[in-house]
Design a protein around this ligand. Structure first.
Ligand code: UT7
Length: 331
């Protein structure tokens, strides 16, 4: 049987920085409020002419380079995004494939909001274990600034842009294998976090849509409570099911939505400070890109070493959630 291994990581962050002080000039908020309630200090914002695919390409180029594979060896590209280049088609994954010069690949996007990277991971794992694919490029890329309402202080303080990417490859060495990936969803909570207009379910005629119609809306406090409850249950389950104690986790890498959510789940798992990876202060919430951006951060700072066990978790619109247990296995 083929196993799936997490072979390399890469990320890209756009240059422009939007600080809490900048936001305080745009809406009724303050650095103090944002810092205390979210842990966020700043986020990066893509240039007008910089698309989600452009950021995805930059992250993927790094992941490809670090994988040691030739681009001809990539046989599938999966992009997790809620801010695709185009509304319906082509998918951002196909745009990225073309920009990278990848031929003969299966390419598609998935929509699982902030859990998108973990969903992409589960798809890559399943395709590889079934023998259908050998080297899958997965990408989480978001230009959330394009779907953020900068007059809504409940959401605009949270989100930023960026991309992360990983190469998942086949191996026959079980010690290198991704141990487990959990994914879940409950559409009953769909209205907590959504872009209510702009799709076929919208009450408006397409021609009457205003450009603001695709902005995100969130019931923040309710989302917060469901996030803590659902994530805690899911990470406890994935550890129990695999017989792993939380002290065996070298890096707990949660979706970077809010420091208080990360702290609550980390405390429930009795995680020590040095186990928890935090990038929320400098990137804010980059949805599907946040986990691979965080993995790349500890990789580039030399904190992530071969064989070390990572626990990922994420929660987002849908509602969706997921977790994963992965030994880092670079070539
Ligand atoms: O990424 C996937 C899923 N997303 C999340 O997990 C995000 C989850 N939610 C959150 O992170 C938090 O709920 C927020 C950061 C969005 C809000 O924090 P909160 O502690 O839940 O605040 P709240 O919504 O309960 O609001 C408390 C007060 C309200 O004022 P009153 O009614 O007490 O007078 C809000 O109007 O804070 C006010 N408020 C603000 N004040 C200053 C809300 N947003 C702001 C703001 N600046 N930006």
């Amino acid at each position: 049987m083929a196993y799936a291994t997490f072979r390399s990581i890469g990320a890209y962050v756009p240059k422009k920085i939007l600080t809490n002080e900048d936001l305080a000039t745009m809406v009724d908020t303050s650095d103090d409020w944002i810092t205390k309630r979210t842990g966020i200090k700043e986020r990066h914002i893509a240039a007008k002419e910089e698309f989600t695919s452009d950021m995805g390409v930059k992250a993927a180029e790094l992941a490809l380079l670090r994988s040691g594979l030739a681009k001809e060896e990539i046989d599938m590209v999966v992009c997790a995004t809620i801010s695709p280049d185009y509304f319906c088609m082509p998918s951002t994954a196909t745009v990225i494939s073309a920009k990278l010069g990848l031929k003969n690949v299966t390419a598609f996007d998935i929509s699982a909001a902030c859990t998108g990277f973990i969903y992409a991971l589960s798809i890559a794992k399943a395709f590889i274990e079934s023998g259908m694919k050998k080297n899958v490029l997965i990408i989480g890329a978001e230009k959330l600034s394009a779907i953020t309402d900068y007059s809504d202080r409940g959401t605009c303080i949270l989100f930023g842009d960026g991309a992360g990417s990983a190469v998942i490859s086949a191996t026959d060495n079980k010690a290198e294998a991704i141990i487990d990936v959990h994914t879940g969803a409950d559409g009953e909570y769909a209205d907590l976090l959504m872009t209510p207009n702009g799709g076929s379910g919208s009450a408006h005629d397409a021609l009457e849509q205003e450009s603001s119609s695709c902005f995100m809306q969130m019931k923040g406090n309710e989302t917060f409570k469901v996030a803590v409850r659902t994530l805690t249950k899911d990470v406890v389950e994935i550890l129990e099911e695999n017989g792993i104690q939380s002290d065996a986790i070298k890096h707990f890498i949660p979706h970077q939505a809010n420091y208080r959510i990360i702290k609550a789940v980390g405390d429930a798992l009795k995680m020590k400070e040095e186990q928890v990876v935090l990038t929320v202060a400098k990137y804010g919430n980059t949805s599907g890109a946040s986990i691979p951006m965080a993995i790349n951060d500890i990789y580039e700072s030399g904190r992530l070493q071969k064989g070390e066990l990572m626990l990922l978790d994420a929660f987002g619109g849908g509602l969706t959630w997921g977790s994963a247990l992965i030994p880092f296995s670079p070539k």
